[in-house]
Structure formats: structure tokens, C-alpha cells
Design a protein around this ligand. Structure first.
Ligand SMILES: Nc1ncnc2c1ncn2[C@@H]1O[C@H](COP(=O)(O)OP(=O)(O)OP(=O)(O)O)[C@@H](O)[C@H]1O
Ligand SMILES: [Mg+2]
Length: 302
């Protein structure tokens, strides 16, 4: 479905753009429907750069990226771009920065409706939103009509995934989507990714955390300084890393084989106490800060 072939990315850096930084070097990989491919590497290894190129947010310096046989660098014009984003969406590390705090969080759904489904009736649209929320296991009463600051990071992250699902996407680029979440919320989001995979979604799962790559993916790609150090079925890469760099990375991780499934089981055996804090009445509906439109930059609000 997605194929990267000999992809390179060189950034101009330094004063007056005189320097060159090779962020991605000769990367080739594929993602099939229903396949989770982990891109694993240290900070600066080029993971997000690859994700951005797949999302058309950055142009490759060399090589090709094809989606269902179309070279995405040849996509031109509003209609063709819109069609691409109907199939391919990204969710990023910091869910807070993706929402404009002056609008209610479910505005991201309305924006999808305006752009992609202007003819759909109110009742039909409501059903679709409820179905997407059910898929990401969010209670509509807990999120609809709420401002971003009234939702947790995990809820916001799931709202963004639900937004992507309204589009009937085929590929999700998930760039460090759980690094800002706590352990139990991480498990919820990881299990959600497994469900989506079962439904045939392809996922490019970007992470610097080896244990997460191990938990969710079918195939693992270990990146080092922009190049593929090792790639293969996740079980093989984790049990028998061939490249010295992969062996080094794996040896640096304590308790590598303690997967999130085991953490999940431990949590289930000793559930943390549920503490409910009182909320002041005026905190319920208004955003915390007065913010001017345009003040905040997010993927949905531009
Ligand atoms: N727009 C840009 N202009 C110049 N250099 C960039 C740009 N974006 C990224 N880089 C550089 O490219 C390299 C790869 O960055 P990238 O963001 O892809 O890393 P990453 O693997 O996602 O790291 P992290 O785990 O910290 O998110 C880094 O050296 C980074 O400084
Ligand atoms: Mg990154």
C-alpha cells in the first residue's frame, strides 16, 4: 500500500542555509493494509522526517514514496491533496498543541464534515461521529461539547484518532503518539491500534521506545542516523538482532521482554486508586485562558 523507495532527505541548515544535514539516507520500506510497521530510533535519527514526508508535509530530496501506486510527490492541486488525506492521516506526539483552545474539541469533527462531507445530514453525521468515538472507546458524554483543557491527553489523542477514522483512512502515521501518556492510558491507545490493525488499517508507528515497538508491530525498522540499520519481522529483530547497532540499542534497555501486556496484567491485579477531585463550577465550560485566534498553531486549525 505504502512504498518508500531509496528515500533521502537533506535539510539546509546553518547561517544562510549554507550547511547540509542528511536527515534520511536511502530508506526503503513498505506498509501493507493491516500491518503495523515500527520506525524505531534515537532522537534525531530521522523518524519524524520520514513521517512528515509520507504525510506530504515535507518533500523528499531523493527517492519515491508511492501510495496505492501513486507517487505522492506528483499529487497536485486541492482536490488531489484532499483525496490523499482522505486515505492517509497523521497523529502526533503532543495532542494539546493540535487543538485550538478557544474552540470545543469536537470542532475537529465539524471541520472534517465541512471539508469532506458537506452533504451529509445532521442525524447521519451524528451517527458517524458516535461510531468513530465508540471505535476509540470514548464516551460521547465525556468529550462532546468539551474544551481541550477539559480533556486528558489520552482523551485528546483518541479524539484525533476518531477524527482520522471519520475519513475511512487506510494508513495512519502515528508519531510518538503515546510518549506523553501515562502507563495505563498508553495501554488503552496501544490496544486501540491493535483493533484498528484488525480492521485492516496500515500503521506507521514512530517511536524511540523499543518496548513499544516490540508490543505493537509486525515489522520493525531500526533507524540510525537517517539510515536503516536493520529491518525485519519484529520477533526476529528483537530476539535475534543482526546489526551491532540494534544489539547495542537492545542491550541498553532494561527488562526489554517485559511487554506492556505484562504491565497491563500487573495494573489489572493492583488497580490504582480512583481519586475524583472536585471541579469549580466556573471551570466547567470556559477555557482557562483568553487566547486570540491565530495565537495557537495546530494541525487542524492551521
Ligand atoms: N525542518 C528542519 N530543518 C532542518 N533540520 C531538521 C528539520 N527537521 C528535522 N531536522 C533535523 O533532522 C534530523 C532528524 O530529525 P527528526 O525530527 O526526523 O528526528 P526524530 O528521529 O524524529 O527525533 P525525535 O525522536 O527527537 O523526535 C535532526 O538532526 C533534526 O535536527
Ligand atoms: Mg520525532
Amino acid at each position: 500500500m505504502l512504498e518508500l523507495s531509496h528515500v533521502h532527505k537533506v535539510y539546509r541548515v546553518g547561517a544562510f542555509g549554507g550547511g547540509r544535514l542528511r536527515a534520511v539516507r536511502d530508506v526503503s520500506l513498505t506498509v501493507e493494509p493491516g500491518e503495523v510497521v515500527s520506525l524505531i530510533g534515537e532522537s534525531g535519527s530521522g523518524k519524524s522526517t520520514l513521517g512528515k514526508m509520507v504525510l506530504g508535509l515535507s518533500r523528499p530530496t531523493g527517492g519515491t514514496i508511492t501510495f496505492d501506486g501513486t507517487d505522492i510527490t506528483t499529487i497536485r492541486g486541492h482536490a488531489a491533496r484532499k483525496e490523499y488525506y482522505r486515505r492517509v492521516q497523521g497523529v502526533f506526539q503532543d495532542p494539546f498543541s493540535c487543538f485550538n483552545p478557544i474552540f470545543k474539541a469536537d470542532r475537529v469533527f465539524e471541520m472534517i464534515r465541512t471539508s469532506y462531507f458537506p452533504g451529509v445530514s445532521d442525524a447521519d453525521w451524528r451517527d458517524r461521529v458516535l461510531a468513530a468515538l465508540a471505535t476509540v472507546r470514548l464516551d460521547p458524554g465525556n468529550v462532546l461539547g468539551k474544551y481541550p483543557h477539559q480533556l486528558s491527553g489520552g482523551q485528546l489523542q483518541r479524539v484525533l484518532i476518531a477524527r482520522a477514522l471519520l475519513l475511512d483512512i487506510k494508513l495512519l502515521v502515528a508519531d510518538e503518539i503515546i510518549s506523553m501518556l501515562d502507563a495505563s492510558t498508553r495501554i488503552d491507545v496501544l490496544n486501540l491500534l491493535s483493533d484498528l490493525k484488525e480492521r485492516g488499517l496500515g500503521i506507521l508507528f514512530v517511536t524511540h521506545d523499543l518496548s513499544l515497538g516490540n508490543y505493537v508491530s509486525d515489522k520493525s525498522v531500526i533507524l540510525r542516523k537517517g539510515a536503516v540499520a536493520e529491518m525485519g519481522p519484529t520477533l526476529r529483530v528483537f530476539e535475534n538482532p543482526l546489526h551491532p547497532y540494534s544489539r547495542h540499542l537492545l542491550s541498553c534497555v532494561p527488562q526489554l521482554h517485559r511487554t506492556w501486556a505484562e504491565v497491563d496484567a500487573e495494573l489489572a491485579a493492583n488497580p490504582p486508586e480512583d481519586v475524583v477531585l472536585p471541579v469549580a463550577a466556573d471551570e466547567e465550560s470556559a477555557p482557562l485562558l483568553e487566547v486570540e485566534e491565530g495565537h495557537f498553531v495546530g494541525i487542524d486549525q492551521g
